[in-house]
Design a binder for this molecule. Structure first.
Ligand code: NAD
Length: 249
């Protein structure tokens, strides 16, 4: 099925690489006009934009740190001017600052909370202006398997990914009567730059525990986001799709 999202305006945060990049490309493939948000690498964001345009899609890049309110506000104003009001928001931007709890610096805690939770809060609050008016919207939050299972060395990160689920459910309850659907995707171990830093030993240990005996691909997550962004999932809100090869059941 193609063009399920024809001319819908979609914002994907942290879309210059990894899962966000795959989501941006997949939404554009379905006809969405995609706003590619990124925080640092102009070249990487431009490359994603070019891939989409070469495939006949529409995309623009918007540089902003999702955890900085003024930058989020200016980004939304720019998107509204260039593409229109955002109808699909994918809160994907996320960081890790792993450390054993005993050694975790307050700064490592603060940074992860700031980007992963405050970033999603600021973008969600801002997107509602247009969605409330339209009485329609799709918000998709990227959580993680570790928000459900916990993970040694990720006290800060797993707290944010569990927090994302609380935010998803609360927003779904509050916004359902306005036609705004809020759901989450919880990826397992996906091959990206974020997981490339893990040692072969750690990767092998994960593989042992994954019934499907494979790491996930960014496209696996993008496909789930397309479903949640599309009318195929219109009767679904407050839910989480788990894509982890059976790692956590
Ligand atoms: P990644 O590090 O490859 O990409 C993260 C993106 O977020 C980058 O483009 C980065 O520039 C952007 N970003 C970081 N801080 C930002 C900020 N302040 N403002 C705007 N953008 C910012 O990571 P990924 O693996 O593609 O992960 C994407 C999402 O999926 C994250 O929320 C992550 O927690 C989640 N996730 C990833 C995995 C995995 O195995 N890779 C598993 C579960 C969940």
């Amino acid at each position: 099925m193609e063009n399920m999202l024809k001319d819908k305006v979609a914002l994907v945060t942290g879309a210059s690489r990894g899962i966000g990049k795959a989501i941006a490309i997949a939404l554009a493939h379905q006809g969405a006009k995609v706003a590619i948000n990124y925080s640092s690498s102009d070249d990487a964001a431009i490359e994603v934009c070019e891939i989409i345009r070469k495939n006949g899609g529409t995309a623009e890049i918007f540089k902003a740190k999702v955890n900085v309110e003024e930058e989020v506000d200016s980004m939304f104003a720019a998107i509204e001017e260039k593409l229109g009001s955002v109808e699909i928001l994918v809160n994907n931007a996320g960081i890790t600052k792993d450390n054993l709890l005993m050694r975790m610096k307050t700064e490592e805690w603060d940074n992860v909370i700031d980007v992963n939770l405050k970033g999603a809060f600021l973008c969600t609050r801002r997107v509602l202006k247009g969605m409330m008016k339209a009485r329609y919207g799709k918000i998709i939050n990227i959580s993680s398997v570790v928000g459900f299972s916990g993970n040694a060395g990720q006290f800060n990160y797993s707290a944010t990914k569990a927090g994302i689920i609380g935010m998803t459910k609360s927003a779904a309850l509050e916004l359902g009567s306005r036609g705004i659907r809020v759901n989450a995707v919880a990826p397992g171990f996906i091959e990206t730059d974020m997981t490339a830093v893990l040692t072969d030993e750690v990767k092998a240990a994960y593989m042992e525990k994954i019934p499907l005996k494979a790491l996930g691909k960014v496209e696996d997550i993008a496909n789930a986001v397309v479903y949640l962004a599309s009318p195929l999932s219109d009767y679904m809100t407050g839910q989480t799709l788990h894509l982890n090869g059976g790692l956590y059941l």
